[in-house]
Write a protein that binds this ligand. Structure first.
Ligand code: SF4
Length: 260
């Protein structure tokens, strides 16, 4: 096989794997007997989940074991260095800065949005525009300071015209966020808005249906709620958001024994 044919084959395989990943497939079996040895740069990888012992359910059936996230010993600096001047997805074309997750790296609470906007792109910091100022008020409303929590996005580069990131763009960038989550292991993640929720939780359900109810990401409580930018457009949704955040505050208050 020529070098060009080999490169085409690798590119097609990568596209197919990204597509499967966007559909929720977490792994495929590969026969090592037939797999060719191809020296390609490693794609970003998500932290490996650990399955606990199988659970015996009613009538003795074996239920699938819940998947738990293992604590990672990576540092944010290592992850950010690996991201570098990233060109892994088309969103790099019009960005000014890569916007990394920021805040307390021992946070009990994390907020995740979909992608940076214009202010964030200019300042290289997440949630610093008008929506970010509202997020700061939301954090303070539950008795916390912005510096206490962790704040990031599924995608780190601003989509043109603030459009929502495409599924393949999200699936390319998301492993870096998941690695940061594995480093910090927050007790609760508040996921902001429909796109971020779908991309983080790999769900097709909408935010209107899931908001206000704790979901699970590998043993971490996830509370979907509205994005602050949406609240700026429709302030009537602030009441529901406040109800969602009160549940988060009550959960954290009732689990104060955490050693952080
Ligand atoms: S959005 Fe993420 S994957 Fe895409 S170019 Fe930016 S850092 Fe890289």
């Amino acid at each position: 096989m020529s070098q060009e044919e080999l490169r085409d084959l690798v590119n097609q395989t990568k596209k197919q794997l990204e597509h499967l990943k966007a559909l929720g497939v977490e792994g495929i079996q590969v026969s090592t007997a037939t797999a060719p040895s191809i020296a390609a740069p490693p794609p970003p990888t998500a932290p490996a989940p650990v399955a606990s012992e199988p659970v015996t359910s009613l009538f003795g059936d074996l239920a699938p074991a819940p998947v738990k996230l293992t604590k990672s010993s990576e540092t944010f600096e290592q992850i950010h260095a690996e991201i570098g001047d990233c060109t892994r997805c088309p969103l790099h074309l019009e960005r000014t800065h890569v916007v990394h997750t920021e805040g307390n790296r021992k946070a009990r609470l994390m907020f995740v949005g979909e992608a940076p906007g214009a202010d964030e792109d200019a300042q290289a910091r997440p949630f610093v525009g008008r929506a970010g100022q509202l997020l700061t008020k939301i954090i303070e409303a539950i008795g916390m300071k912005r510096e206490e929590v962790l704040i990031g996005n599924v995608n780190r580069c601003r989509p043109p015209g603030n459009r929502a990131p495409m599924p393949d763009e999200a699936s390319t960038c998301k492993p870096f966020l998941l690695r940061e989550i594995a480093v910090v292991q927050p007790e609760v993640i508040v996921v902001l808005g429909n796109t971020a929720m779908k991309n983080l939780l790999d769900t097709r359900e909408g935010i209107t249906r899931l908001r206000g109810n704790f979901q699970d990401y590998k043993g971490i409580k996830v509370m979907p709620t509205f994005h602050p930018a949406y609240l700026l457009r429709d302030p009537s949704k602030k009441r529901e958001t406040w109800e969602d955040l009160k549940k988060v505050r009550d959960y954290l208050d009732s689990h104060r024994s955490s050693d952080r």
